[in-house]
Design a protein around this ligand. Structure first.
Ligand code: FES
Ligand code: FES
Length: 152
């Protein structure tokens, strides 16, 4: 079945089963591989994108649930008001280690700073608790979010 979805401001028609996860559509159908597959079960946050500005787990979101809601992926992070500050902070503090979790981390951080421009440590920890980093970059992530908040 064909679905019209809006990704990063562009309309795409994809012909897939309705229960196909959005993550599969992004990566396998549209070739947008910035969003990562980690667990496939909403446990790790590697697949985080924004739907209508809210962070969602694209691995458990069927494409038929997207409808007309705009989707934003890591490929369009810099177009978000908080995106450039986050990118600069991530670079300045050398946040990534292997990097695998980082697109999901950045999308969760972008949603947090959009809602809460000056988050406390507790608010950062709460908002980021669903994003797992096997390399343990959590202290640098928290510091980079504070840095981006100061710059935004
Ligand atoms: S791949 Fe979606 S939460 Fe892990
Ligand atoms: S940087 Fe390696 S999993 Fe997070």
């Amino acid at each position: 079945m064909a679905f019209d979805i809006t990704i990063n401001g562009a309309r795409h028609q994809v012909d897939v089963d309705g229960d196909t996860p959005l993550l599969w559509v992004l990566r396998d159908v549209l070739g947008m591989t910035g969003t990562k597959f980690g667990c496939g079960a909403a446990l790790c946050g590697a697949c985080t994108v924004h739907m209508d500005g809210q962070p969602i787990r694209s691995c458990i979101t069927p494409v038929e649930a997207v409808g007309a809601a705009p989707i934003t992926t890591i490929e369009a992070l810099e177009t978000l008001p908080v995106g450039p500050a986050l990118q600069a902070a991530w670079v300045a503090l050398d946040v990534p280690q292997c990097g695998y979790c980082q697109s999901g981390q950045l999308m969760s951080a972008a949603a947090l700073l959009t809602e809460t421009p000056q988050p406390s440590d507790a608010e950062i920890d709460g908002a980021m608790s669903g994003n797992v980093c096997r390399c343990g970059t959590y202290p640098r992530i928290r510091a980079a979010i504070h840095r981006a908040a100061g710059a935004a």
